[in-house]
Write a protein that binds this ligand. Structure first.
Ligand code: AP5
Ligand code: ZN
Length: 215
């Protein structure tokens, strides 16, 4: 099962991808996570990406297209994958089509999460992630058992550098200008599965699973 999760910053793409990954035993491929790992490791790609990410802008297409193309060729993608945060521009979507054609793979659905702007800001400002295992929490909607500590591994919870209000605004602009057109792009292919992302994490997951079954 080859899926894309589409939606604005904070819509719940990562949260839902992790649940789908467990359910279907296929990997979540998050370009955001891959880029953050490259920044932390200070690889040449990470050094190049850092300025764009800190500003809340998209990293250039050629950088992201290259890492996804390589990732899709790895053996764990044989039975499927969940693309989280890619594609984000029309050229990225075109490049993905090309890669999939070369790999003789087809998309099953593009899950598009619909969430109001006020809810997005609340989700992003309240998000915390474990420094050790990467698990994502929300101070109000999905809190850890103990303040500041990962329930899964006892690692320290931190706020993402780009989850501050001015950067969030810039990320939203980038979404509206460069990523929102992908809704029409995939609607035209008949793959778009529009999901109300305002419900609880569990109910959104249920809606995705029902939508996938029906599609
Ligand atoms: P990336 O890491 O992809 O960030 P994003 O798209 O801004 O998405 P987020 O991770 O912020 O949100 P999400 O939708 O995954 O929400 P989550 O599940 O965490 O990208 C970061 C940067 O990398 C970009 O700005 C760009 O610079 C670069 N980049 C990445 N990909 C790129 C690409 N393809 N091209 C170019 N540049 C790229 O949920 C958010 C919070 O809400 C959490 O706390 C969660 O617990 C909570 N929550 C989730 N669901 C619910 C719910 N239903 N109800 C209540 N709370 C919920
Ligand atoms: Zn942890």
């Amino acid at each position: 099962m080859n899926l894309i999760l589409l939606g604005p910053p904070g819509a719940g793409k990562g949260t839902q991808s992790v649940l789908l990954e467990k359910r279907f035993a296929i990997p979540q491929i998050s370009t955001g996570d891959m880029l953050r790992a490259a920044v932390t490791a200070a690889t040449p790609m990470g050094v190049k990406a850092k300025g764009f990410m800190d500003a809340g802008d998209l990293v250039p297409d050629e950088v992201v297209v290259g890492i996804v193309r390589e990732r899709l060729q790895q053996s764990d993608c044989v039975s499927g994958f969940i693309l989280d945060g890619f594609p984000r521009t029309v050229p990225q979507a075109d490049a993905l089509d090309e890669s999939l054609a070369q790999l003789k793979k087809k998309l099953v659905a593009v899950v598009s999460l619909q969430v109001d702007i006020d809810a997005l800001v609340e989700r992003l400002t309240g998000r915390r992630a474990c420094m050790n295992c990467g698990k994502v929490y929300h101070l109000k909607f999905d809190p850890p058992a103990a303040d500041g500590t990962c329930t899964a591994c006892s690692g320290k919870l931190v706020q993402r550098d780009d989850d501050h209000e001015d950067t969030i605004r810039r990320r939203m602009d980038a979404y509206h200008q460069q990523t929102a057109p992908l809704e029409d792009y995939y609607r035209r292919t008949g793959l778009l599965l529009s999901i109300d992302g305002m419900a609880s994490i569990e109910n959104v997951q249920q809606a995705i699973l029902s939508g996938l079954q029906a599609s």
